[in-house]
Design a protein. Structure first.
Length: 416
């Protein structure tokens, strides 16, 4: 059945399995599609825009996202034939635009990603939902919906590729029915593939979070939603005994890519006015990311991290190295952004934020640098880390010490 399903969505002959006819399509649009039918059927190269005459842009984008998501999930299938064919089809789809726009320097990179992936935000949220399970995803979404008021923001939080259910949260029977329809978590290997793909999306599409005017306070909805789901996935997958898991390595890679994009968003927010609430939401996600990264690095700082690799296979040991490598990247990214100037000092206290009363007499310098927990941890990592990762630990420590200098410089400039 899975092989037959893959045949239906093969890049060389797409049957619009996940696309729906536009109810508003006219006879003229049908004639346009018919005139191009012969040429499109004879072409061996798949172009995601070929079916666009009969479909609205939104429906077409969601259809492409469903197709790509299915291929991504099947790359983690236990059957080698299904896995191999899904990887081949996914590779062909991602290469379908390669070289076509090489001569056009004015091509918008984000439009190319939209053509390949459709609605990237919806696909990222759906893949993360499959990783953590439907119940956990509903919990995250409901918590975020209380923070957003605009209809567009709420719709973004509800974006998904699967069937959506509309229930009355005040009725217990509706809630039970919804929970009974929630998807279970996919297996670990499939989770690893899905998380790797979402991380790749974040790395290659810098405008993934830019769904609307960035001057609006609630324009961070996609960033906060994907960030919250990523943190939930990290906490769920990183369980005792899973330190060498491929899924944990994948979610650590995703966390690293997420922090890189969020710090850019946060730095831009620091230069804007009227977006204090948005800035606080992003800061909270960055602080929680620091907590997760510190939890991974703490055993190595105390000298016990290397003992977990003893007796492990070479593959497991390398996976553990990759996980710590990504976590050092998280620390470097946060230390080099304006997040280091936040007076709650989460960066310097392993992600733990401190609050101060408004009438506090403490200076910005004393508030921010109240703790040296992160510095102590990184000094321990430099001393105890394996030779291969010692440069990464040193780089993270160097970035943190540079952040201290930035705080001192900023404080002295503000005092003038």
């Amino acid at each position: 059945l899975k092989l037959k399903m893959l045949e239906l969505i093969a890049p060389c002959r797409r049957f619009a399995l996940f696309l729906f006819d536009d109810e508003k399509s006219s006879d003229d649009a049908s004639k346009v599609a018919t005139s191009e039918k012969v040429e499109n059927e004879c072409s061996s190269q798949y172009n995601p825009t070929d079916n666009g005459a009969l479909l609205s842009s939104k429906e077409r984008a969601m259809g492409i996202s469903r197709t790509v998501a299915l291929m991504v999930l099947l790359t983690g299938d236990s059957d080698p034939d299904v896995k191999s064919k899904a990887e081949s089809y996914l590779r062909a789809h991602m290469d379908s635009y390669r070289g076509k726009d090489a001569e056009k320097s004015e091509v918008d990179e984000s439009s190319l990603h939209d053509a390949l992936l459709g609605n990237s935000a919806a696909m990222a949220q759906s893949l993360l939902t499959l990783v953590i399970g439907g119940v956990a995803s509903i919990s995250v979404t409901n918590r975020l919906m209380s923070q957003y008021k605009l209809e567009r923001s709420v719709d973004t939080l509800k974006l998904g590729l699967s069937v959506s259910y509309h229930v009355d949260n005040t009725m217990e029977t509706h809630q039970k029915a919804l929970l009974s329809c929630c998807r279970k978590k996919v297996d670990e290997f499939t989770s690893a593939k899905a998380l790797k793909f979402v991380a790749k999306m974040l790395e290659e599409n810098p405008k993934l979070f830019h769904l609307c005017d960035l001057q609006i306070d609630e324009s961070d909805v996609a960033a906060v939603s994907i960030g919250s789901l990523t943190l939930s996935a990290f906490g769920d997958l990183r369980q005792p005994g899973s330190s060498g898991s491929a899924a944990v390595e994948s979610v650590a890679s995703l966390l690293n890519a997420l922090c890189l994009r969020l710090t850019m968003f946060y730095d831009a927010r620091m230069k804007q006015s009227g977006v204090e609430t948005s800035r606080a939401r992003i800061r909270q996600i960055l602080a929680k990311s620091m907590v997760q990264a510190s939890a991974v690095l703490a055993p190595m700082s105390s000298g016990h991290g290397g003992s977990s690799t003893m007796g492990s296979s070479a593959k497991t040991a390398n996976t553990q190295l990759d996980i710590r490598d990504h976590c050092y990247g998280v620390v470097c990214t946060l230390a080099r952004s304006t997040f280091c100037l936040d007076e709650r000092g989460a960066l310097y206290d392993c992600g733990n934020s401190r609050s101060f009363p408004e009438n506090s007499n403490q200076t910005h310098f004393n508030r921010t640098l109240k703790s040296i927990s992160t510095a102590s941890m990184l000094f321990g990592c430099v001393a105890n880390e394996v030779e291969m990762l010692r440069p990464r630990a040193t780089s993270a420590l160097d970035a943190l010490l540079s952040a201290y200098v930035r705080v001192v410089t900023s404080t002295s400039e503000n005092a003038r």
